[in-house]
Every structure is written in structure tokens, then in C-alpha cells.
Design a protein around this ligand. Structure first.
Ligand code: G6P
Length: 487
């Protein structure tokens, strides 16, 4: 590790280009005090790294610094192309349009989205900056894979400049129903932006059908099955296919870590340090209003107050990792959650036992696996979530067949992990019943459910997800160029 070496050949072009708001690296300070980067542990980069290494692959994204121009550099066989963002870009494009307009709108308006023209103008400008970075390095006929809601205009921008490219887009968060999406003053532009891709992937079937319905209603596209066709007047003449491609995790990596003796020992230590309660319940989320943390705490607090759960018998560990801390709605949520935490612990803790351990921190993957192993029950109570990979990781960490997953119906994961104890987080009484069901579940029942869900995760890994998506993209692009030749 060390300060990244600039790549030797800045004019080099790449056959496979991934574009996402963030580069897959975390900033670190080396022992000698210098700054460096470490590959982030996420599943997306784990899946794409082998493809990047096998082809000439590059990743375009923001490096996390403010107003800092960095040369492109190589890290663990991936060529990284940093896109700079200054303070105003962060305020208007990232905190503003991405996280105060699109994020709440796409998550069923759990908090009201704000619509500001200055935010939209900056969103367009930054999308163009990412698109330009791609255009500079994409080889003829390269495959470009654009990720997530921050970059929805990029497919069209690169399509118009470079019709030779194969363009895929994947939306990691939900796509809302037309009745909600219609609020967006720039709905047509966003839809046109996405439709620049040959293939748009979504987490759930519902997201894909919402998108196709919106295209029909708000643009000049007509649709047949999962394919959208522009009118003859449209500047773009590519067909766009919209399909569900649910993302997953590196199941084998998690399973392997869950067998690591050091991690197993750490899990035992965690339980010990909590005073060995009969039941450890866990919640792991970014501190985000979509995650239903307040609903979960309400249900848990009531179970303690009712006497259905008792201090000394149970402890809830709530990891809430810091997120988007300059956005008002996130600051308000933090205050509300921390107030509830204080109320629960103040009322129910004893001198010897805590009922709730709240951790406003992020942890490395190994510590997360230890927490999964230590937990008898995982609570995922999101009010809306594109997928929820924490749920999948918890299951993969329980190859031993122990543990119960309580999972919100409003997550993409609920479509696949159907043996979880499914809950509606808006129904506090129902959620209390399900938590008690999970706490008391007999081991054979736990095991049967865990084994079935693990069978699914063994096959449906993140590597398979990217392989299937990219194979389909290659097929579609080959078919469209054949069609274009005939026309
Ligand atoms: C979600 C989004 C990602 C985003 C991540 C972290 O998972 O789908 O695009 O990167 O949250 O949020 P942040 O704002 O810190 O990038």
C-alpha cells in the first residue's frame, strides 16, 4: 500500500468500463502517515474484479475526497479513474438531487422528496462529467456498465456520443410506481437517460414493470414484453430491455469466514461481554430512514415493557453505520433513534445487564461476521429496500443452520429468502409477534429454514449475478447490431 502510482499510459483504452458514484476503495492512512487506498470489501467489486483482471477493465467513480483532482491509478489489478467533486457538487448533486430528491422518491416517499432546479442542473452537469470520463477511455465496441440512481443520465449521454458501445445499467434501489414517479419534474429526462442503455437491470420484477409503465406513460417509447422501442423521431434508436436481475453476495467468502476459528472465538467473546444473555438480537443498517430502525426499536421497547422479553435474557445489538451526515433528514433520524435508545436503556437496563447496545460505527467484514455468528436473530425491518444484502450475509454466515432471519416484506431480499420470518414493519403488533416467534423458534425449524435459504444463496451468488447480466447484455447488443445491419 502507499500513495497510488499514476498509471503509465493515460491514453490507454479499456474494453470493460464500470461507472459508479464511488470508486471501490476506501482511503486509509499508512503507518508512515501518508495517504493511500484500500480496496473496499463490497460484493460488487468482489464480483467484478475477476472480470476486470481478465479483460482490460477500468472503474470510473468519485474517490471520496472534496475538491481533489487525482490521476488515475491501479489498485489490485483494477484501473481506477477518479472523478473529482467539489463542495458545491456534493451539496447539489450528491446530498441534494441524489439523496434528497431521488432517494426518498424511489423509496416510496418515506420522507418528502425536495425538487430544486439548481440541484437538477448540477445533477446533469455531474452526470456529464462521469460520461466524459468514460468516453475518454472506452475502447471501440467496449462494454460500459453504469450503476445506480446517481448516474441515470449517463447511458443516454454515452449512447449519443458513441453508438458503438454496449451499455448496461443496474439500479440498486427500487424503481417507484408511476403514481409516485410522476411527481418528478424531470421524469421524462430521467427515463430517456436510462433508456440509452441496451439493458436496464432491476432488483425486482415490480421495479422493471414500474419502469416500463413509466416509459410508456411519460416518453415516446412503446413496449412489448420487456423491450422498449423509441418512436422514429427519438434521437436514440436503440432498443432497451428492462429486467429483474437480483443482486447477491459472495456466499463462499462469507461462509468461509464463518468457519474461521478466530471469528468463531470473537463471536463467543461478544456474547460473553454482554453477560451471556439467552438471546442476542442484531440489527445492522446504515443509519437511514428507509431501514425502519425506529419501528424496530418501538416493537422491541414494547416487548420489554410488556414483559414478553426480559432484561438479562435478551440484548439487542443495533449497529447503525454513519451515513449522509450532512443531509437534514439523516440528522433528524439520528436524533430520534438516539432518543429512543436512551429511553429503552434508561427504562429497562439493570446495573448488570444492558438490553440494547447501540453502535453508531462501521465495522470491518470480519467483525461483522462475528456479530452475525453471535446473533440468534437478525432483524431486517426496512420500510423499503432495493435488496438488503445484510439479510443474505447473515444467512450465508449460518451454514451451521442456527439463527433466525426476521425480514421485511418491503425488501428485494424477501422475494428470494422466502423461508425467513416475513414481517410488515408498519404493523408493530405483528412485528412483536414475529420477534417472539423468532426468539422461541425450535432448532429443527431454524435449521430447515436456514438450509433452504443457503441452498438458494449457494447458487445465486454475486458472481453469477454479474455473469448473467453481462452475458445478456452481450446477447442483446449482438442482436441489435445484426438488426441495424439488416435495416
Ligand atoms: C446504497 C446505494 C449506493 C450507495 C450506498 C452508500 O446502497 O444504492 O449507491 O453507494 O447506499 O451510500 P453513500 O451515499 O454513502 O454512497
Amino acid at each position: 500500500m502507499g500513495t497510488p502510482a499514476p498509471s503509465q499510459d493515460t491514453e490507454q483504452s479499456y474494453d470493460f468500463v464500470v461507472v459508479a458514484n464511488r470508486l471501490p476503495v476506501d482511503r486509509i492512512t499508512n503507518p508512515d502517515g501518508s495517504q493511500g487506498f484500500r480496496r473496499s470489501p463490497g460484493g460488487l467489486v468482489t464480483a467484478l474484479a475477476p472480470i476486470m483482471a481478465a479483460s482490460e477493465g477500468a472503474w470510473v467513480g468519485w474517490h471520496g475526497g472534496i475538491d481533489e483532482e487525482l490521476e488515475s491509478f491501479d489498485k489490485d489489478d483494477i484501473h481506477l479513474v477518479p472523478v473529482p467533486l467539489n463542495e458545491t457538487d456534493l451539496e447539489l448533486y450528491y446530498e441534494g438531487f441524489s439523496n434528497s430528491t431521488l432517494w426518498p422518491l424511489y423509496h416510496d416517499v418515506i420522507v418528502p422528496p425536495e425538487y430544486h432546479r439548481t440541484w437538477w442542473d448540477r445533477y446533469k452537469k455531474i452526470n456529464q462529467r462521469f460520461a466524459d470520463a468514460v468516453l475518454k477511455i472506452a475502447a471501440p465496441n467496449a462494454t460500459v456498465w453504469v450503476h445506480d440512481y446517481q448516474l441515470q443520465l449517463v447511458p443516454q449521454m454515452i449512447r449519443l456520443a458513441r453508438p458503438d458501445l454496449k451499455i448496461g445499467f443496474f439500479l440498486h434501489i427500487p424503481f417507484p410506481a408511476a403514481s409516485l414517479f410522476s411527481q418528478l419534474p424531470w421524469r421524462t429526462q430521467i427515463l430517456q437517460g436510462l433508456a440509452g442503455a441496451d439493458l436496464v437491470g432491476f432488483q425486482r420484477e415490480t421495479d422493471a414493470s414500474n419502469f416500463l409503465r413509466c416509459l410508456r406513460r411519460f416518453t415516446d417509447y412503446s413496449t412489448k414484453g420487456d423491450v422498449a422501442t423509441p418512436s422514429a423521431e427519438n434521437q436514440m434508436q436503440n432498443l432497451c430491455r428492462a429486467k429483474a436481475h437480483p443482486i447477491s453476495i459472495d456466499t463462499e467468502q462469507i461462509a468461509k469466514l464463518s468457519r474461521d476459528p478466530q471469528i468463531i472465538a470473537r463471536a463467543a467473546q461478544i456474547r460473553n461481554e454482554l453477560g451471556n444473555p439467552k438471546t442476542v438480537i442484531l440489527g445492522v443498517d446504515r443509519l437511514d430512514y428507509t431501514k425502519g430502525i425506529r419501528h424496530r426499536l418501538k416493537a422491541y421497547g414494547e416487548l420489554l415493557a410488556d414483559g414478553q422479553l426480559r432484561a438479562g435474557d435478551v440484548c439487542l445489538i443495533q449497529v447503525a453505520s454513519p451515513s449522509r451526515e450532512n443531509v437534514d433528514t439523516y440528522m433528524e433520524l439520528r436524533d430520534q433513534v438516539e432518543l429512543m435508545v436512551g429511553q429503552i436503556t434508561g427504562q429497562h437496563d439493570t446495573l448488570s445487564h444492558t438490553t440494547l447496545r447501540y453502535l453508531h460505527q462501521s465495522y470491518p467484514l470480519r467483525e461483522m461476521i462475528a456479530l452475525y455468528l453471535a446473533a440468534d436473530v437478525l432483524l431486517v425491518t426496512a420500510l423499503r429496500d432495493g435488496m438488503n444484502l445484510v439479510a443474505k450475509e447473515y444467512v450465508a454466515a449460518h451454514q451451521d443452520g442456527r439463527g433466525v432471519l426476521v425480514l421485511s416484506e418491503y425488501t428485494g431480499a424477501a422475494d428470494q429468502l422466502t423461508q425467513a420470518v416475513l414481517v410488515n414493519p408498519h404493523d408493530i403488533d405483528g412485528m412483536k409477534d414475529k420477534i417472539i416467534q423468532a426468539v422461541n423458534m425450535a432448532e429443527p425449524d431454524q435449521e430447515k429454514r436456514m438450509r433452504r435459504m443457503n441452498r438458494h444463496l449457494k447458487i445465486n451468488t454475486v458472481a453469477r449475478w454479474s455473469d448473467v447480466f453481462l452475458a445478456e447484455l452481450a446477447e442483446i447488443s449482438a442482436a441489435s447490431s445484426a438488426e441495424a445491419t439488416i435495416r
